[in-house]
Design a protein around this ligand. Structure first.
Ligand code: SAM
Ligand code: ZN
Length: 419
């Protein structure tokens, strides 16, 4: 948990307060000074954005960077260093944590933000932490920064995009300048409403997908965002490989490996397709390949037409070796126990069902059967005892990922009630 400490300071009229996040202490705009009313949204009421709730998102970045360095980073020369760019850095907390907590002399950080006040705070923190030598701070529009880097020949190994809202407009240029042979792209989206199907036009406009509310909306959201990023990369003859895809609190967080080559980019499209689902029984169907027609009728024909959504990424959203490496790093980084518990649970559940896209919502099925919801673990155990794969999912507390059909679950639930 982030702690707001007692120490305050005024720098160029900016009222700052010391906080401790992870194992790092830096100064951020003082909420006790800037937030006047109870119902104000603290992060955006500050002159420079800071959201303590996103600590877990930043923990995920640190874990991903550590895992990436051990698994994928292959320096060609002894003295080669890794370059991490946070293009929309706010107070710079994430970059300061990277330097202070990963503590690897091989890591260089570039922090950028369009807001001049953000630059002031970052410079103040850099001198406070005495880490100016491994750090560059710039004040550009993120897209301009990416294009500029291309011209200067500086090739970032890792780019982090964490805007307030949609990351869509930064993706193309980020992919353009990141290392093509195995760069790591970390992306956060907080405009989750269009992605979960609440605003159909906005989802089409920003992500090029037709998305409506579904029982598996949160997983649909991450798969739509992966589709969008992969399509942008494909234009540049690059492929993205999802390493993890998480929907937690109110954000989506993706880690994507970027690979170069037309043949690579073609592989991406093999995993893109459509999903149709039945609003009566919640059974879903998917078809890979844009050229293939999704199923238009539910298997139970009396249920009629299905709802069709897409295009979506239908491949894996967790890479096993990378995920396990991240789990190992949790103790090395001493992530705070609450966040550590959450992260472990997410990865353990999703790895168990790594090959199973989407899930059934037990509450929805029980509601349709007019029965009370049985314990989710007992349903999972029953499915497993019948030979099906079954696991919980972090996308929904009542979600079950399984290779069983909804009608198999219905039979099982009725059986459980009659026992
Ligand atoms: C959500 S905040 C970043 C928070 C930060 N990543 C963290 O972990 O605390 C988004 C930041 O993007 C900056 N920003 C908005 N548009 C930008 C642009 N076009 N280029 C660069 N920075 C931008 C804002 O000034 C703001 O500081
Ligand atoms: Zn149906």
């Amino acid at each position: 948990m982030v702690e707001f400490l007692r120490e305050t300071v005024v720098v160029d009229n900016l009222h700052l307060r010391k906080i401790r996040e992870g194992k790092t202490e830096i100064f951020v705009p003082d909420p006790f000074y800037y937030v006047k009313r109870k119902n104000e949204y603290m992060p955006t009421s500050l002159p420079v954005f800071y959201n303590p709730v996103m600590e877990v998102n930043r923990d995920l970045s640190l874990l991903a960077i550590k895992a990436y360095m051990d698994l994928y980073w292959q320096p060609k020369k002894e003295d080669e260093r890794i370059l991490y760019i946070e293009a929309l850095a706010g107070t710079g907390i994430r970059g300061f944590r990277v330097l202070n907590e990963i503590k690897n002399p091989k890591v260089k950080v570039l922090l950028n933000d369009i807001n001049k006040l953000s630059i002031k705070i970052m410079k103040f923190n850099a001198s406070y932490l005495k880490i100016e030598s491994d750090l560059t701070i710039t004040n550009y529009d993120a897209n301009y920064l990416f294009l500029r880097l291309r011209n200067t020949g500086m090739i970032p190994d890792i780019i982090e995009i964490d805007p307030y809202g949609s990351p869509a407009r930064f993706i193309f240029n980020a992919v353009r300048c990141i290392k093509g042979k195995g760069g790591l792209l970390l992306v956060t989206a907080t405009d989750t409403a269009p992605l979960v199907g609440k605003f159909i036009e906005a989802a089409m406009r920003k992500y090029g997908c037709f998305l409506v509310k579904s029982p598996f909306s949160k997983e649909m959201a991450v798969r739509a965002l992966i589709y969008f990023i992969g399509r942008e990369a494909s234009i540049l003859a690059r492929r993205i490989v999802p390493l993890f895809a998480i929907f937690s609190h109110h954000f989506i967080k993706l880690a994507l490996l970027v690979l170069r080559g037309r043949k690579e980019a073609d592989k991406f499209w093999k995993e893109i397709g459509w999903v149709s689902f039945c609003n009566i029984c919640t059974q879903f169907y998917f078809s890979k390949g844009l050229q293939n027609r999704p199923r238009e009728l539910c298997e139970m024909e009396e249920h009629g037409l299905t709802e069709i959504i897409g295009p979506l990424w239908l491949g894996r959203i967790f890479e096993e070796e990378f995920s396990r490496e991240m789990l190992k790093k949790i103790d090395e980084l001493s992530v705070n126990p609450r966040n550590a518990k959450l992260i472990k649970r997410i990865f353990e559940w999703e790895l168990e069902a790594i090959d199973i896209p989407f899930f059934y919502d037990l509450q929805e099925i029980a509601r349709r059967l007019r029965m009370s919801i049985p314990s989710i673990n007992s349903v999972i155990n029953s499915l497993k005892s019948k030979g099906y794969k079954a696991s919980r999912t972090h996308f929904n507390p009542r979600g079950i990922k399984t290779n069983a059909k909804v009608r198999d679950i219905v039979i099982l639930l009725k059986h459980m009630v009659n026992q």
